[in-house]
Design a protein around this ligand. Sequence first.
Ligand SMILES: Nc1ncnc2c1ncn2[C@@H]1O[C@H](COP(=O)(O)OP(=O)(O)OP(=O)(O)O)[C@@H](O)[C@H]1O
Length: 262
Amino acid sequence: MAKSMPKKKPAEPIIRVRDVTVQFGATKVLDSLDLDVQRGEILGFVGPSGAGKSVLTRTIIGLVPKISGSIEVFGVDLDKANARERRSVERRWGILFQQGALFSSLTVRQNIQFPVREYLKLSQRLLDEITIAKLAMVGLRPEVADRMPSELSGGMIKRVALARALALDPELVFLDEPTSGLDPIGAGEFDELVRTLQRTLGLTVFMVTHDLDSLHTACDRIAVLGDGKIIAAGSMDEMKASRHPWLRQYFHGKRARAVAGA
Ligand SMILES: Nc1ncnc2c1ncn2[C@@H]1O[C@H](COP(=O)(O)OP(=O)(O)OP(=O)(O)O)[C@@H](O)[C@H]1O
């Protein structure tokens, strides 16, 4: 009897955005937008400045109200979820925001422990152990725990912010322009770190970025936002093959040629 072929695991959306419209006054920023983010992938989310990348991120996590559409995260429709269900979904994601990455008046230790204290009641000893483990995970030494954010380099701030985003062992991480402000070497190292963490922890990563290097080295798939919708989604090769004017400019422009070494 012929052996049956192993079944390919079906794609499983961790984030499912359907028909989402977000408007500020008379301005529609997102217009009936659909997007899926699959379990285990690093999705790079790009688009022109002001297109609404941060707005979509903030809408998914519930900080910006939508006027229509639905969003499911981990299969839970957040509009229909009660407070307890919402909290249990929120506990499964970590966020690294573009601005104000760390609380400036708190030490590194307090920053990392902040989300843990919000959701769990743990002894100080355990909290300190988690802090040191998360610092190690992002390549920082334990001594960093007692520094203030003002005593850290830009790259270290991003790493601590990532450690904080990982504090609750999330399955899903939102990164809003994580490499902005870093020099190319620091940015490259950060991309490597995200890639390693995604592989070792099985993370799903939703990464807003302008950084072509990140798209090349860190992302499995790219989604492009334009005119309030996803105008393209796929691999880097598919993006490069697109005839859409913005994609052509972005993926074949001077900067893109420099990244590709052409
Ligand atoms: N709370 C708000 N009230 C009014 N308008 C807003 C609000 N938040 C965002 N916008 C507008 O929505 C649009 C999209 O902003 P957003 O920050 O999402 O763009 P972006 O694609 O992330 O841009 P960038 O790449 O420059 O960070 C902008 O025109 C912005 O001014």
